[in-house]
Design a protein around this ligand. Structure first.
Ligand code: EPZ
Length: 420
């Protein structure tokens, strides 16, 4: 295992280029299984999770070449319909092959993903949605055994206890591409990544409309073609670098991003007192010493995203005043708080609410990464803490950030990757 060693207190400057969106790339690689033609994907981030999804696609029979963020992939034939526990346990998004295999082969055997550090992560909505389309599903020996004699388009309700579901929306959409008639998914998730998957499917030749809203309509049954498609930029990586500018009181130019996907994040940064300039595919963010506390109520898109909550907690630990964060999506997504407190942050957790009292300074410490966004939060805190911060288990971070320490070093941060 590797660790980051960070020397805090350095101002940052310059421009950072944002990579492709992890949460688009993963379902789109699964969606490629829908066609037997070659697909070329550009702007694919080189991440542990992407390489896991590529491993799974190859396991199922696809031929894959991945170089310089370009992925050439073709599933001429599907040789296996099983997504084994060995792969799924490493990355829950493997379950996207469920919808794709049901559409392509009318059957699939996918290991249950289980929970993860941030919560139990049930998939009842995925199963309910697929059953609505006529898929027979049995859970046996930790596997989802799915078989669909006939896929029939229907109205699919994806209302869950925490609102709708990104993953279930995508899985149902994939299966619905080969259902006879029309499928109406409502409420559908409207995250940009869901919209990107739908747009990719349209480029394959499928008839999908309403993406980006809470009602997606899929008119099923067509022979998909091949396509050349570019993945959207990663809005969470862009938001993470925006917070890097704010927490180090620096000015950073963040390019190859989609400012229109960042509204919920940038509004909060401006509320805190950072300045934000937007242009077509770039934002310039400046942190300053007038920044103040605020309250964050995590929400699904276009609200403030749960995937930015941990990073914002680090920032709010360094601005004067008392802030409140309410995490409404996941049950256990405050793990970074305990590690930030080791660095001198003043945080009290009460159920789904964190109360953060800004402190004058954070001090470097040995801390432990627990999950992807908590790891990013600790790096951000390390950039501004006095002295040295050592972050262990950074494989969590490598799942979702491409060359994170390289990009930060190019902006002037003192951060090195070291063997454990
Ligand atoms: C996706 O997870 C993202 N992952 C998450 O990003 C993101 O935080 C999440 O959407 C919310 O935006 C990928 O895209 C790979 P959900 P997903 O289904 O699809 C509950 C990151 O850091 N729920 O929208 O799993 C669920 O427990 C990751 O990049 C059910 O109850 O999220 C949660 O409370 C973390 N039943 C809520 O819904 C279900 O069947 C939202 O989950 C499915 C979900």
């Amino acid at each position: 295992m590797e660790r980051f060693v960070i020397e805090g207190g350095k101002n940052l400057s310059g421009e950072v280029t944002i990579s492709g969106a992890k949460n688009s790339a993963l379902p789109i690689i699964a969606a490629v299984l829908l066609t037997d033609k070659e697909v070329v994907l550009e702007n694919v981030p080189d991440l542990i999770d992407v390489r896991t999804m590529i491993e799974l696609a190859k396991h199922l029979g696809a031929h894959v070449e991945f170089n310089n963020n370009i992925l050439k992939i073709q599933a001429r034939k599907i040789s296996k319909i099983t997504a084994p526990y060995e792969i799924v346990r490493r990355m829950r998004a493997s379950y996207y092959v469920l919808g794709a295999l049901i559409a392509r082969e009318r059957e699939a055997k996918v290991s249950l993903p289980g929970g993860c550090a941030i919560g139990p992560r049930p998939i009842d909505l995925h199963i309910k949605g697929l059953k609505t389309l006529g898929v027979d599903i049995e859970i046996e020996d930790g596997y989802i055994n799915a078989r669909a004699k006939k896929l029939k388009g229907r109205e699919v309700n994806l209302q869950g206890p925490k609102g709708t579901s990104v993953g279930a929306t995508i899985n149902v959409m994939l299966a619905a591409t080969q259902a006879t008639g029309q499928t109406i998914i409502s409420p559908a998730a409207c995250e940009p990544e869901v919209e990107d998957v739908a747009n990719f499917l349209c480029h394959l030749g499928f008839d999908i409309s309403g993406q980006g809203t809470h009602t997606i309509i899929v008119k099923g049954g067509c022979a998909p073609s091949g396509v050349h498609y570019t993945i959207i930029p990663d809005r969470i990586e862009a938001g993470t670098f925006a917070i890097a500018a704010a927490i180090t009181r620096s000015t950073l130019s963040i390019s190859d991003c989609r400012p229109d996907h960042l509204t919920g994040i940038l509004e909060k940064l401006e509320e805190i007192g950072a300045t934000v300039e937007k242009s077509e595919n770039k934002i310039v963010v400046t942190g300053n010493h007038q920044m103040r506390a605020t309250n964050i109520f995590v929400a699904s898109y276009p609200g403030f995203p749960t995937d930015m909550q941990a990073q914002c907690m680090a920032l709010l630990s360094t601005v004067p005043g008392t802030s409140i964060i309410k995490e409404t999506i996941f049950e256990n997504r405050f793990m970074q708080a305990l590690e930030l407190m080791r660095m001198g942050a003043d945080i009290t957790i009460e159920g789904d609410t964190a109360v953060i009292k800004g402190v004058q300074r954070l001090s470097g410490a040995a801390v432990m990464a627990s999950d992807l966004r908590a790891s990013a939060s600790l790096v951000l805190a390390g950039l501004v803490a006095d002295g040295e911060t050592v972050i262990r288990r950074i494989y969590h971070l490598d799942r979702g950030y491409e060359k994170f320490e390289v990009k930060l070093s190019l902006l002037g941060a003192r951060i090195k990757r070291r063997p454990e």
